[in-house]
Design a protein around this ligand. Structure first.
Ligand code: C6P
Length: 426
């Protein structure tokens, strides 16, 4: 045994080589992200705002540059070679997303602007067509506004009622209370996979199983989950799954709605326009087949291709080693928080991702964020578009440090050095 062996090496050293968790080479992956290597306020950037948006690897930047430099054309027009190339890359990206989510067919992958538009699409197309007065839609108390407001709008328009699954003081969804909310009037259960404000991971598979027992459909807000592990929509057996490219190391303005084919077939289109039609006449219009029925207008072609490249990048890494590196970052942060006077963690669910929301005694979160920024440390402050859970905890907001695989243990330590400095300023 080498002196440098970690407990993980020791615990897995009896396994065949292919089954052993290899140490994650964080220095190598950091070299792939040019933006990380800069100074902010004269200090090395410590980017801990990955839940807001993730940085883009060079391979994604290269693919965007290549597309705009050499292939740029509109898709599905088939008029010339550039259009053929653009279409091929665009549809290839759809197949990459299909594989990434383990969806059964590429037709089940709809391009959107992001999670917000994907959830609005389900609420306005599926929700409005199935909900009638007295029906019920269930969300949880830890939802992002984009998984609350669309349902409030649709409930108001249909006479359905919005029910809320309680969340406890640790930030855990109360499963038994969820089950007791379900009944024959429940038509839709829409829950977040991973809370952006707290980091809590919800048991989607069990939630879906219970919802299906009463005939309800399950919508999952996956915005914060996809960057941490490969989601398997068939295993979860969710009916819809939404996520944003920009939280998965891809460009902004591109996102995905996964839906089971039979549900997408039955839903009316979201918007009318080019691409989503089969035939238009003043006597009546017929719609295109899936997935194009939901893709009116010229899509974000470069964004989709960039998302495909981000998936290729993730596929080139060892996602198990990445996950264990992220777990190390979180446990280091939590250990340092425990020994730091005046820090109160918000969201300490047993199952959580590498997001640490906290309060610093006597300091407004916004002031903490500003003082950390002066030290080159980027965090997010505020209610994180999750006002109901902040209201439940009777706080205006939190400081949120969100870690991903390219963050280092040294950066976690820099955050706490920064917090100690903030304390001296306040
Ligand atoms: N959360 C954050 O800092 P869009 O804006 O459509 O890409 O994603 C919306 C969204 C939906 N659900 C969850 C769980 C989210 O975290 C987000 C975006 C960012 O936490 C910006 S508020």
């Amino acid at each position: 045994m080498k002196a440098s062996d970690t407990s993980e090496d020791i615990a897995t050293s009896h396994l065949p080589e292919e089954n052993q968790i290899k140490p994650f080479d964080v220095a190598a992956v950091r070299a792939d992200f040019p933006i990380l290597h800069q100074k902010i306020n004269g200090k090395s950037l410590v980017y801990l705002d990955n839940a807001a948006t993730t940085q883009k690897p060079q391979s994604v930047l290269d693919v965007l540059h290549h597309y705009y430099s050499l292939d740029n054309a509109n898709v599905h027009r088939g008029a010339h070679q550039l259009s053929d190339r653009a279409t091929e890359s665009f549809e290839n990206a759809r197949r990459k997303v299909q594989r990434f989510l383990n969806a059964a067919k590429p037709q089940e992958i709809i391009w959107s602007k992001g999670t917000t538009e994907s959830i609005n699409m389900v609420a306005h197309c599926y929700g409005k067509s199935v909900l009638t007065a007295g029906d019920e839609v269930i969300v949880s108390a830890m939802e992002h506004h984009s998984n609350i407001v669309p349902w409030q709008m649709v409930c108001e328009q249909t006479g359905a009622h919005l029910k809320v699954i309680p969340v406890n003081a640790d930030g855990e969804l109360q499963f038994d209370e969820y089950v007791s909310l379900l009944n024959e009037r429940t038509k839709i259960v829409s829950v977040v996979h991973v809370s952006n404000a707290l980091g809590s991971v919800n048991p989607i598979k069990a939630i879906a199983e219970k919802a299906h027992e009463v005939g309800a459909k399950v919508v999952v807000d996956g915005a914060q989950a996809v960057a941490h592990w490969n989601v398997d929509v068939q295993d979860l057996d969710c009916d819809f799954y939404a996520f944003s490219g920009h939280k998965l190391f891809a460009p902004t303005g591109i996102g995905v709605l996964y839906g089971k084919q039979e549900l997408l077939e039955a839903m009316p289109p979201y918007q009318g326009g080019g691409e989503m039609i089969e035939k238009v006449s003043f006597a009546g219009t017929t719609y295109n087949e899936l997935p194009y029925k939901f893709e009116a207008g010229t899509p974000h072609i470069a964004g989709a291709i960039g998302l495909g490249a981000a998936i290729d990048y993730l596929d080139s890494l060892d996602r198990q080693a990445m996950a264990s590196h992220e777990a190390d970052l979180l446990s280091r942060a939590q250990a340092l928080a425990a020994s730091c006077d005046g820090i109160e963690l918000v969201g300490v669910a047993k199952d959580k991702v590498s997001v640490m929301s906290f309060l610093l005694e006597g300091a407004h979160p916004q002031d903490v964020g500003m003082l950390l920024d002066q030290q080159g440390i980027a965090v997010r402050t505020g209610h994180h578009c999750a006002m109901p859970i902040m209201e439940q905890y009777k706080i205006p907001g939190t400081v949120r440090a969100s870690f991903t695989f390219y963050n280092t243990l040294e950066e976690v330590e820099a955050l706490f050095t920064g917090i100690e400095k903030v304390k001296t300023f306040l």
